[in-house]
Design a protein around this ligand. Structure first.
Ligand code: SER
Length: 890
């Protein structure tokens, strides 16, 4: 039974039993506690927790999942795949243990004709949690499984949670006996390879708190209702139903494995080491294809790193098997072919997926090329010194300078029989991180020592930010720094850092630049704010200069934001959201924001996209944004829970730094985005948005720069004036300009050609005359001539050859000189008889060049030299003559 059929049967079975069919969610988890979706229940978590009402009391899905915890096991065992599909049925306060167990049994053992999978019930060994007598009773009494085939296991095996705070509960697993060829008997408690776990039924009824491992966490209490969450590994079931040994050999994997074998010439099943490599490649290529399909781009952090690591492991394993040419294009194509029938978006998005994957391969092959030499040197030094461990400094250098992920160094070292000082490596990494952080803060705050800020923060907490609602606020001076240290007062002219208990000043963050403005104190002191930062936590620090009076702690303060700047920045920020929305609409939902800078009147927007955005798409995006702008949509901000934000379709960097409640900024009903910045009240306030240009700023990331409001208008107005001037100059209407200018440029080019030909003719015209009057220098026919200024080297050469030809077979030397663009040039040509007498053009040109204050040389028959002194051209020709005289035949 192929994978698509297994999937279809699953969904049909549960839909027939009243379950709503829910499509797979993206692998990018809309859950801040997870990097990637790792179980079928992830999208349903808010329903289990009672935070949201489920769309139906029962649901079923086949969810894409990625787990990388066991990545080192991939390929070695038969069971671990980093990408897999989890078939699930879910009950939200509807049926519980008996329903779940009965359904599971029916689906597994019903005949294929009845819509089941037709498996032999005698091969199943259920497990239950230690004290779960209820589940035990259902298996034993209702289903009729003999007591010796039901095993009770502890927290590690039979209690399930997401590994983080959230819903959890005891579970019951269905394990399938694959027979004695898979090892000793005794049930899943003793042999996980033989008794393959295929289906986990979780009786989700508790909420857990923070903790470590599979058992060490507190149970906070009961969930609002008793629920069911089950997960069946589609690939594992396929292993059984397709009668293959492991999940890399099932239909959807096998095609990738065969492609890898074909590309490397390795035959699967011949030796264990190559088999493991082929399985790693198969698994990782499939997982990478699915991740890219869902919009992940390779990077050095978070999901991007998961993807990069898998791609690089796959590529390295291909190389170990002997493929030294790029192979990712072919491998990804086979993965898309294999998975496409179930995920049609892979097919329609194939070009982008291929471009991202191939781009990563290119950059990794480059990394490997440079880094491998360094690695080899480090390995031989280590072995030469009789050591068994690669030094931390070597691993760090490979990482820092050559981009070798530590896993790669570990793997390559292991192949050489060496370990790596990993602790040392991590220490060096954290030292470097600390340095970089201190540097970055120092740049922003002027001080690398954050303890003064920490002191202020600990003493007075986070100030209240009032700037969403007002631009002038009353407050009190709470803290003061002078020269980086806490101070109690500061006088006129001094540079200070000031903390208030309430402030409307926006501190640089989320891509939005800081506000500027003034702070007036109760005692009459005046402070000009030049920058605002958050050096620690939510501490808002105003970097300022005291313009007048004395700043004293405890003084009342009136903080006044420069509204012209603020409004211009807010316009840019709203425009950024709109451009983000427009790109996602036009390029696909994967064109997500990768960074931005919102400055007064202009902004920069970085987003994920594998190739240049065509001019026509930029034009469409600009048009779309301006059309929405004219509609004058209201721009509003609301604070809500993350699930609420998600259900509104908010574009968000979920899982980054946002807490439970999030602020969603909406542009009408068109764009919703998590954002802490300031915005205009209505899109009409933007006036106009003009996209300037688009460029690449790294693999898979593009940048557009744009102007907003008066700046956009000013740009267009300048362009208009420029156009009018050009129109006037070439005497054509603006719409005729392209044609007219193309005509002018063409004519100019023809005229230039004509002039060059005429000049060359003039230069060459003197050939006869020169050849008719050579100087006899000790028996050598010598011609020296100064051509008109501006003669090209090419023309000099033609003339020299012409004269030399006319001089016949007697020894002949031709030396020509000219000044072109203010630089002197001498060209010397000798004929064969002259050369037989030792008169070589290269040596003669060199002597001439020395006279000109430069260098030269060339072949024996023709050479040229240049220099700096145009006034010495005649002297240079004379120097050639003297040399001919000295070395000539007579
Ligand atoms: N959540 C459980 C698991 O992942 C069952 O779906 O195993």
């Amino acid at each position: 039974m192929d994978s698509a059929e297994i999937r279809r049967r699953w969904l049909d079975f549960f839909v027939k039993r009243g379950h709503a069919e829910i499509p797979s969610a993206s692998l990018i988890a809309a859950d801040p506690t997870l990097l990637l979706v790792n179980a079928g229940m992830v999208p349903f978590k808010p329903y289990f927790l009672g935070q949201e009402t489920p769309p139906a009391p029962r649901a079923t899905s086949v969810q894409k999942c990625v787990r990388t915890l066991d990545i080192d096991e991939v390929g070695k065992t038969t069971r671990h795949g980093s990408f897999f599909q989890m078939c699930g049925n879910f009950s939200f306060g509807d049926y519980f243990k008996e329903g779940a167990i009965t359904y599971a049994w029916e689906l597994m053992t019903n005949s294929v004709e009845e819509g089941g999978y037709g498996l032999d019930g005698d091969r199943f060994w259920p497990t239950v949690y230690l004290d779960d007598d209820e589940a035990y009773g259902i298996w034993h009494d209702k289903i009729g499984i003999p007591a010796e085939r039901i095993q009770r296991l502890g927290m590690a095996e039979n209690f399930w949670s997401m590994g983080v705070p959230g819903p959890c509960g005891p579970c019951s697993e269905l394990n399938y006996d694959r027979g004695p060829e898979y090892g000793e008997a005794g049930g899943p408690a003793v042999n996980g390879e033989r008794y393959l776990e295929i289906w986990n039924l979780v009786f989700m009824q508790y909420e857990r708190g923070a903790g470590t491992g599979k058992a060490d966490f507190p149970i906070l209490g009961d969930l609002p209702s008793k629920n069911i969450d089950t997960g069946l590994g589609l690939e594992r079931l396929a292993t059984i139903l397709q009668g293959v040994d492991n999940l890399y050999e099932i239909d959807t994997s096998r095609a990738i494995m065969d492609k890898a074998a074909q590309l490397t010439g390795v035959v699967y099943g011949k030796d264990h080491k190559s088999d493991v490599a082929l399985r790693v490649i198969t698994d990782h290529v499939r997982a990478a294809t699915m991740l890219i399909g869902d919009g992940v781009v390779p990077g050095n952090e978070g999901r991007g790193y998961v993807l990069r690591r898998m791609m690089r492991r796959a590529i390295r394993n291909m190389r170990l098997l002997g493929a030294h040419h790029p192979t990712v294009h072919d491998l990804v194509a086979s993965a898309v072919d294999a998975m496409g029938p179930q995920y049609p978006e892979l097919v329609s998005d194939y070009k982008r997926i291929d471009a991202v994957a191939v781009g990563e391969e290119e950059s990794f092959l480059q990394t490997l090329k440079t880094g491998t030499n360094i690695f080899d040197t480090a390995v031989s030094a280590t072995k030469g010194e009789g050591r068994k461990q690669l030094a931390a400094a070597d691993a760090f250098q490979l990482h820092d300078t050559f981009g070798f992920p530590i896993d790669l160094t570990l793997e390559m070292a292991a192949e050489q029989g060496l370990s790596v000082d990993e602790d040392g490596f991590r220490r060096l990494m954290s030292e470097q991180k600390a340095r970089a952080k201190a540097d970055a803060k120092a740049k922003k705050t002027g001080h690398s020592d954050l303890s003064a800020y920490r002191e202020l923060y600990d003493a007075s907490g986070a100030p209240e930010f009032t700037g969403y609602g007002e631009t002038t606020s009353e407050g009190t001076v709470r803290g003061l720094l002078r020269g980086g240290s806490v101070a109690s007062e500061a006088g006129a002219g001094e540079e200070i850092e000031l903390v208030l208990d309430r402030t409307p000043f926006y501190a640089e963050g989320g891509g939005q630049l800081a506000d500027h403005g003034l702070i007036r104190l109760g005692n009459g002191a005046l402070v000009e704010v030049l920058d605002v930062q958050k050096p620690v936590g939510d501490l808002i620090v105003h970097r300022a200069v005291v313009r007048d009076g004395e700043v004293v702690i405890g003084q009342p303060a009136e903080a006044v934001v420069d509204v012209t700047r603020r409004h211009a920045i807010s316009r840019a920020h709203t425009a950024t959201h709109m451009v983000h929305r427009a790109f996602r609409q036009l390029l696909g939902e994967t064109a997500t924001q990768a960074g931005s800078e919102n400055a007064p009147g202009r902004f920069r927007f970085d987003f994920a996209h594998p190739q240049a955005v065509p001019q026509s798409v930029l034009a469409d995006a600009e048009q779309l944004v301006n059309a929405v702008l004219i509609d004058d949509l209201a721009v509003t901000a609301q604070v809500m829970s993350q699930p609420e934000a998600k259900s509104m379709g908010a574009m968000a960097l979920f899982g980054e730094k946002y807490g439970d409640r999030v602020r969603v900024v909406s542009v009408g009903d068109w764009a919703h985005e998590l954002c802490g910045g300031t915005h205009v009240p209505n899109t009409g306030r933007l006036g106009l948005v003009k996209l300037l240009h688009e460029s690449s700023i790294g693999a898979g990331v593009r940048r557009v720069e744009a102007l907003v409001g008066a700046d956009a208008y000013g740009f267009l107005a300048r362009e208009h004036v420029l156009l009018a001037q050009v129109s006037e100059l070439v005497k054509a209407r603006p719409d005729e300009l392209p044609e007219r200018i193309a005509g002018i440029v063409g004519k100019l080019r023809d005229a230039e050609k004509e002039i060059a030909a005429l000049k060359a003719g003039q230069v060459l015209a003197v050939a006869g005359e020169l050849a008719g009057n050579p100087l006899d220098v000790h028996g050598v026919a010598f011609v020296a001539h100064r051509a008109p200024d501006g003669t090209s080297a090419d023309d000099l050469r033609k003339l020299a050859f012409d004269v030399r030809g006319r001089l016949g077979s007697r020894p002949a030397v031709v030396a020509l000189a000219a000044a072109a663009n203010g630089r002197p040039l001498v060209l010397v040509a000798t004929n064969e008889t002259a050369r037989e007498h030792g008169l070589k053009a290269g040596a003669l040109a060199k002597i001439a060049a020395q006279t000109l204050g430069g260098g030269g040389g060339g072949k024996d028959d023709v050479a040229q030299g240049g220099g700096t002194d145009v006034g010495a051209l005649d002297a240079a020709l004379e120097a050639v003559r003297l040399q001919v005289a000295a070395a000539g035949p007579a």
